[in-house]
Design a protein around this ligand. Structure first.
Ligand code: FES
Length: 237
């Protein structure tokens, strides 16, 4: 076990855990954009920064990937921390001025929604956090999307900027996207995402369209459960 202090609160926690995990377990909120427990730290957004003092050194670090240590003192809302977070948000807003999620977060932190830096004009809401890419690869196991291009032209897309041929339409990428960049529309018996339209399966009990047929076929191939056994929605199981 490790003894540390977060925002003046003495805490004992298991060694090997991160500052973010321990803070949240103890009711101390730290904002994040690119963190999801099932993916682990990606370290992309830097919104989770905190001030960490170890010995005589104090540094600003991303809390999502920083392991706790004996005697560590952490400040999650110091002036220095808040200034860095506001700067990070201003930069993200300049990249994605149309992201409603970023604008709301900015308002909560007292940051003007009007970008202070010259805003990008490509209408993208992608902050390149990689959450969608990691989810598709590590959670779903499909690898339909990735990061393409270099420098200012970097973007999240399917290989060669085409429609992703291996996508199963599950929508997990849209679900984890923190900025609303990935658009998914489910209407009636179709779902459209990444420029592809998928046919939805209707539940054999209630008739509600509940999942793309490609997703059910994929689950069936991975688990050995027949597609017929998967043809019932969660509510009717
Ligand atoms: Fe830690 Fe994004 S949540 S860098």
């Amino acid at each position: 076990m490790v003894n540390l202090t977060i925002d003046s609160k003495k805490i004992e926690a298991e060694a090997g855990r991160t500052i973010l995990e321990v803070a949240r377990d103890n009711g101390i909120a730290i904002p994040t954009l690119c963190y999801n427990a099932s993916l682990g730290p990606l370290g992309s957004c830097r919104l989770c920064v905190v001030e960490v003092t170890q010995g005589k050194k104090t540094r600003v670090e991303a809390s999502c990937g920083y392991p706790i240590a004996e005697g560590m003192v952490v400040e999650t809302k110091s002036e220095r921390v808040m200034n860095v977070r506001r700067l990070v948000l201003r930069l993200l807003l300049a990249r994605c001025p149309e992201s409603e999620q970023l604008r709301e977060m900015a308002a909560g932190m007292g940051v003007s929604a009007e970008p202070r830096f010259t805003p990008d004009k490509d209408h993208s809401k992608c902050i390149l956090c990689r959450m969608c890419v990691e989810t598709c690869e590590k959670v779903v196991g499909v690898c339909a999307i990735g990061i393409s291009g270099k420098g200012a032209k970097k973007a999240t897309s399917a290989p060669f900027m085409k429609e992703p041929s291996t996508c199963i339409g599950c929508g997990a990428c849209a679900y984890v996207c923190p900025t609303g960049h990935i658009e998914m529309e489910s209407t009636g018996d179709t779902r459209t995402i990444w420029g592809r339209t998928f046919r939805m399966k209707s539940c054999k009990v209630c008739g509600r369209y509940f999942a793309p047929e490609d997703q059910l076929a994929y689950i069936s191939s991975k688990t050995g459960v027949s597609e017929d056994d998967l043809a019932t929605c969660i509510s009717c199981r």
